[in-house]
Unconditional design. Structure first.
Length: 535
């Protein structure tokens, strides 16, 4: 994905300044950057850096309430910001395309994939419906999708397949520039590897330019010719990928390396201590389809057990079974020395309080209309009947524990950042007084710096409160940071488990070795080497 010398510029951003709240908030400040023809530019930074705003503006989109105070975006010798909206619509999808972060949210669930794929080409008069459908089938084949993928609905494809379908749709009109906005966030490492291969190959094959937006520097290092680092709406530095990895100039850029080095010190298990949670021979199914088979698992008191595996391996289903949301078809679950009822409806109030789950997407787990005070305080009202000043004091105490500023107490959860929302979700779980926290992919949607803060917080809370953690993730870096014991799942079965250090350094199973080999490394050319070995 290297631009040829002298090939020219695909798009140029000059002195771009964008504000919101009637000028009170600067989203972008004097940003200038170019994307060469045939080049992939990586854009990296933490949440709130302005990455996605910049990506949207490359298509001429400006969010409601925002205003471009200065600068211009030049595409094909014309300023996107000063075009009529009808002119910008003629460019979107045809010459400049966009691949969104969440493919499941981007597709209309009521229409088949192929009908959504051909919409832009047909509406812009670039192809007849029959020719557009034929081209869609060719692109689906090129991107490794099943032959009937176009005839399926979005829910009938896996996450990786749906992301490939979105890429196919984005390039259906053979655009000159494609903006990839966090296209692999939420995918497991092996699925992510396949999507990265598709993006790299399709951009090369069709001679496109690209902008790859991510919070993961290791990913950007594999995809980009140059990397632009953003923070607080400003461009911190920009350089060739190899040069930046070898010698980053800005202190902030160097901090992006440091967050990948979080690792939990190995602690020998206490001898003779009964597990807090114990599963033996647990099985579960969705209708006639088995999803868990013969699960044997122990979670000791005060320790962290991490469950890793690809999408569809049964990780989240296991969490649902433990919480009583999906009664097991067979097996036994014991908690604190006694059998747990299979369904949450038959469990005691005490059991319900002592096992709490923190979900992957705090956006959907929290009521956006509730204030932080209400979200955290509701379990205290229901479980302990607290009111008035006593309730307020407990909420403030919990906010202090999760390192959340008290001034946020009366703000709606909807206006918080991703990291702040996840901290509120943690505080809400802690309010019930649990001894076991089940964390289901709680950092997968967060940038590295925010995820580092959440993981550090969970480790501190575990030590202070002697909490047991059952941590579900597809990120082996997270497993290294939080885990005492690692359980590897595949297709509903446990294929390997053991101390974190042992699993991460010398796994016994080929499947585990493949998972480890699929974790992006902070080295130029890593992706090429991995794909060559797997070819």
């Amino acid at each position: 994905m290297h631009a040829e010398p002298g090939a020219g510029t695909a798009i140029t951003v000059e002195g771009l300044t964008v504000v919101a709240d009637r000028g009170a908030t600067h989203i972008l400040q004097d940003v200038s950057v170019q994307v060469g023809r045939g080049e992939m530019l990586g854009v990296i930074g933490e949440s709130g850096a302005g990455k996605s705003t910049l990506g949207s503006l490359l298509l001429g989109y400006l969010a409601p309430g925002c205003q471009a105070l200065a600068g211009r975006i030049v595409f094909d010798s014309r300023d996107l910001l000063r075009m009529r909206e009808s002119e910008r619509r003629q460019l979107r999808g045809t010459r400049i395309a966009y691949v969104a972060q969440s493919s499941s949210a981007a597709f209309n669930p009521a229409y088949r994939i192929i009908d959504q794929h051909i919409e832009v080409a047909v509406q812009h008069g670039l192809a007849s419906r029959s020719h557009a459908r034929q081209d869609a089938v060719r692109l689906h084949h090129e991107l490794g999708l099943p032959a009937d993928a176009g005839e399926r609905f979005a829910h009938q494809l896996s996450g990786g397949q749906l992301q490939r379908a979105m890429i196919a749709m984005a390039i259906s009109c053979r655009p000159e520039l494609v903006v990839f906005d966090e296209p692999t966030t939420g995918l497991d490492v092996t699925t992510q590897l396949g999507v990265l291969r598709v993006i790299r190959d399709v951009v090369r094959r069709h001679g496109m330019s690209g902008v790859y937006i991510s919070h993961d520097l290791a990913l950007v290092a594999q995809m980009a010719d140059r990397i632009a680092v953003m923070r607080h709406g400003r461009l911190v530095e920009i350089a060739e990928t190899a040069a930046m990895l070898a010698a980053p100039k800005a202190e902030y850029t160097r901090s992006l390396w440091a967050v990948r080095n979080l690792a939990k010190a190995a602690v020998p298990p206490a001898a003779g201590v009964a597990p807090l949670l114990s599963l033996r021979g647990v099985e579960a199914r969705y209708g006639p389809v088995p999803v868990l088979r013969g699960i044997d698992l122990d979670v000791p008191p005060g320790r962290s057990v991490v469950i890793v595996g690809e999408s569809g391996s049964g990780k989240s289903t296991l969490a649902r079974v433990i919480c009583g949301l999906l009664p097991p078809g067979a097996g036994r679950i014991r908690f604190a020395g006694r059998d747990l009822a299979p369904s949450f409806a038959r469990r005691s109030r005490q059991d319900l309080r002592r096992i709490q789950m923190i979900y992957q997407m705090a956006d959907t787990a929290l009521n956006p209309r509730q204030t932080v005070r209400t979200a955290i305080g509701r379990p205290l009202v229901l479980a302990e009947g607290l009111r008035g000043a006593t309730l307020d004091a407990r909420v403030r105490g919990l906010m202090a524990e999760i390192e959340l500023d008290a001034v946020l107490a009366d703000r709606p959860t909807a206006i918080l950042s991703g990291g702040q929302k996840q901290r509120v979700a943690i505080a809400r779980a802690l309010a019930a007084g649990p001894t076991l926290l089940i964390c289901d992919e709680v950092t997968s949607a967060l940038d590295q710096i925010v995820a580092h803060g959440v993981l550090t917080l969970l480790r501190r809370l575990q030590e202070e409160k002697n909490l047991s953690l059952l941590f579900i993730t597809h990120d082996l870096g997270v497993a290294r940071a939080i885990g005492d014991w690692i359980v590897v799942m595949r297709q509903g079965e446990i294929v390997e488990q053991g101390p974190a250090a042992s699993i991460l350094t010398s796994p016994a199973q080929e499947y585990t070795r493949n998972l480890l080999a699929s974790v992006p490394e902070m080295q130029p050319g890593w992706l090429d080497r991995v794909l060559e070995r797997s070819a």
